[in-house]
Structure formats: structure tokens, C-alpha cells
Ligand binder design. Structure first.
Ligand SMILES: *Cc1c(COP(=O)(O)O)cnc(C)c1O
Length: 391
């Protein structure tokens, strides 16, 4: 019987017997790794998979191994941020003259890398409707190299039919690449669904405590060699201290995510029933248009979702969110604490222009008691209404 995820999270990436009995893998700081013979120096030693600090010290390798196994991949490479993971994974597989398909609702900095850097390097980019599923095939060109998906999409939370898109990619000789940050290696098993290269901003739930930047690129046996050398070519290695904190975060990720999901659903349902709210964008709610796909492919939900308010009144929204006590206002998410930020999907979408009225707010629901969060939001909506009624 393969081990269950909870057990893997506790046991992967550590080996007390070879670590003086210490429970956790030590922080190995290293640039030079000295080798025992000329043969090992030149050809490596399979029992000691470390060669040089930049390629990962034992602490970084432990994290890579743990995440790869958890997601069901064969190899992960850790880098210094989620953005570095996205950029280096794309650069590893794109060549001048290639064409790539990128989801319209992809993370903003991914989009700017594709539209900016990749386009300048002679790679053409077509953005696709994240809801088109298998019909993405109509956008294929002779030179289409890969599909880049992110599910659910940033800001608007469309769940993409990854297995259908992966089938299209494969029958056209292309790769399926996915940013799986929201799903985490726990709630979306990329490789079971046909993904070839999975990317994580480990900054979010893997680290889980808002104190480390980290990216991971995970892949299959067929692409392992290409991914390892391609990502290492950029030299954006992860520090062993940050790898240690990520391993620590990983141990409790299932426990944290369960609570994030529970709190998130409580808050999202409460917001759904408020008259100020036009729409809740949360695939884990049964009335959400993406619920069926989410249910089919994901085993859980994280704590990130969005709402669209009826109002377009900026002052009213500022009055609401400026004085929330339990919601920090800042980017990133996946830490233990709640967050809110206004979002503007109309500013980035091209395949499916975003034209709905009303402010979009993105919430990350943390580990606070949801009653306290709801009280805070209730007072915030009172402030919003006061400003609206004055104008
Ligand atoms: C945050 C995020 C990233 C970038 O991660 P950083 O560690 O902040 O560079 C990439 N993709 C998604 C979906 C994200 O939410």
C-alpha cells in the first residue's frame, strides 16, 4: 500500500539515523562540496546527490525530494521564488520561433514575463479562455510548444479542465505546464491529470508562515534531465535556511489547509448572503459554475477566493478595507493570517475581456476564528454602506 499523504508529509525529506538522531534535516550551508575521489568528483556519487552548493545542499535536496514525492512527480528543483520557477520553466522549454498558449487568467507577473521577455526573445504568445477546455485545440499552430495553465485562475478563479487540455497538448506534440500554487501538491495531483511540468510558489502554503520566498518546478521521469539542467542554468538557487523553513512548513501543511478551507467556506458563505456582494468566486461552493470540475479533480480547497461587490465606489471600498483589524492588506497569501486586496481583472484580460461592474476583492482566509473575521467584515460593510449613502 502506498503511504497516505499525511504520513508522507511527516516522513519525507528527513533521515534521523544519518543526522545524529536529530528529527529534522540540518541546515547545511555550503558552496564547496568536497568529493572523495577524482572519479566521484567527475561522475558523481549516487549515494550522495550533492555536487556544489548552487545545485542544492542536503537541506535543499530534502525539500525537493519531499515535494516531488508528495505531488507524484519524479524530481523537483527548488529556486528562489515562485516567479523564478515560472520564468525558468518557460525558458527551459521555449525556443525562438515557438508559439505558446497561456491562460488568460494566469498570475499577473507570469503574463508580463510571457508578453515581455518571451515575446522579445521571439516566442509568440496566445492567451486563451480558461474555460475552453478541449477547444483550446483550435488555437494550436504548427509551432505550438506548450500550454501554460493555472487552475483556478488568478483573480477570477476559473477551474480549467486540465486533463482535457493535457490530452490536446500531447496529441499535438506539446507539453502541459501548470502553475499549481493554489491546489498545492496535496490538493491537486498534477501528474495524475496529465501535467508534464508543475510549478509552485512555495512562498504560499508550503512555507505557510509569510516569511520565505520559494519556488519549485516538479516534473516526470521523461523530462527530469531537461528540467534539472534547464532550471540550474539560471543559477537562482534556494538558500538552505529557506529550505529548512519550507520543510518545517510542509510538516503541518495538511492540518493548516484543512482549517484554511473550513474557515474560508464559512466566510465565503456569509459574504454570499450579503446584499452588498454581487458574486462570490469560490470553486468549492456548490453554486459556483466551476464546482463540478473542482470536485472532480481537486481533493480540497485552499483559503483564497474572490468576491465582486455591487459598488464601483472607490472611497466606499477604501473605507471598508482600510480599517479591517484582522485582514492585512498586502500581496502574496498562504500564510496563517487573513488578507484582502482589491483586484482589477479588466486591466489584464485580452482573450475574454472582463467587463463586469463592481469592485473585485481577493481574500485569503487565515487561521483566525471565522466569527472574528465575520464581525470585522460586517463592520467593514457598514462603513462601505455609510460612504455610499452619503454620495
Ligand atoms: C505568488 C504566486 C506566484 C509567484 O510566487 P513568488 O514566490 O511571489 O515569486 C506564482 N504563481 C502564483 C499563482 C502565485 O500566486
Amino acid at each position: 500500500m502506498p503511504l497516505k499523504d499525511e504520513t508522507l508529509l511527516v516522513s519525507l525529506g528527513r533521515d534521523p539515523d544519518n543526522n545524529y538522531g536529530c528529527v529534522n534535516t540540518a541546515i547545511y550551508r555550503a558552496s564547496t562540496i568536497s568529493h572523495q575521489s577524482m572519479d566521484i568528483l567527475e561522475n558523481g556519487d549516487p549515494s550522495r546527490p550533492v555536487r556544489y552548493g548552487r545545485y542544492g545542499t542536503p537541506t535543499v535536496r530534502a525539500l525537493e525530494e519531499a515535494v516531488a514525492k508528495l505531488e507524484g512527480g519524479s524530481r523537483a528543483v527548488a529556486v528562489s521564488s515562485g516567479k523564478a520557477a515560472v520564468a525558468s520553466a518557460l525558458m527551459t522549454f521555449c525556443e525562438q520561433g515557438d508559439h505558446i498558449l497561456v491562460a488568460d487568467s494566469v498570475y499577473g507577473p507570469t503574463r508580463s514575463f510571457a508578453s515581455g521577455y518571451l515575446t522579445r526573445m521571439g516566442i509568440s504568445v496566445t492567451y486563451f479562455d480558461p474555460c475552453m477546455g478541449e477547444r483550446v485545440e483550435t488555437l494550436f499552430q504548427k509551432n505550438t510548444r506548450l500550454i501554460f495553465a493555472e487552475s483556478p485562475g488568478s483573480l477570477t478563479f476559473e477551474v480549467m479542465d486540465i486533463p482535457a487540455m493535457a490530452r490536446v497538448a500531447h496529441r499535438n506534440g506539446a507539453l502541459m505546464m501548470m502553475d499549481n500554487t493554489w491546489g498545492t501538491p496535496l490538493y491537486f495531483k498534477s501528474f495524475k491529470h496529465g501535467v508534464d511540468v508543475s510549478i509552485h510558489a512555495g512562498t504560499k502554503y508550503i512555507v505557510g508562515h509569510s516569511d520565505v520566498m520559494l519556488g519549485l518546478v516538479v516534473t516526470t521521469p521523461a523530462l527530469e534531465e531537461r528540467v534539472v539542467s534547464g532550471i540550474h542554468d539560471f543559477g537562482a538557487s534556494l538558500s538552505p535556511d529557506d529550505a529548512f523553513l519550507a520543510l518545517r512548513g510542509l510538516r503541518t501543511m495538511d492540518v493548516r489547509l484543512e482549517r484554511h478551507e473550513k474557515n474560508m467556506l464559512t466566510v465565503a458563505r456569509w459574504l454570499r448572503d450579503r446584499p452588498e456582494v454581487a458574486e462570490v468566486m469560490c470553486p468549492a461552493l456548490p453554486e459556483d459554475p466551476h464546482y463540478a470540475l473542482w470536485r472532480r479533480d481537486f481533493t480540497g480547497s485552499s483559503g483564497l477566493f474572490g468576491i465582486r461587490l455591487h459598488t464601483d465606489n472607490r472611497d466606499a471600498v477604501a473605507a471598508m478595507i482600510d480599517d479591517l483589524h484582522h485582514f492585512g492588506m498586502g500581496y502574496s497569501w498562504g500564510g496563517y493570517e487573513s488578507l484582502v486586496v482589491p483586484q482589477y481583472p479588466d486591466r489584464s484580460r485580452t482573450a475574454v475581456p472582463y467587463t463586469k461592474p463592481g469592485y473585485v476583492l481577493r481574500f485569503h482566509i487565515g487561521l483566525e476564528h471565522p466569527d472574528d473575521l465575520i464581525d470585522d467584515l460586517s463592520a467593514g460593510l457598514d462603513r462601505l454602506n455609510q460612504v455610499i449613502s452619503r454620495t
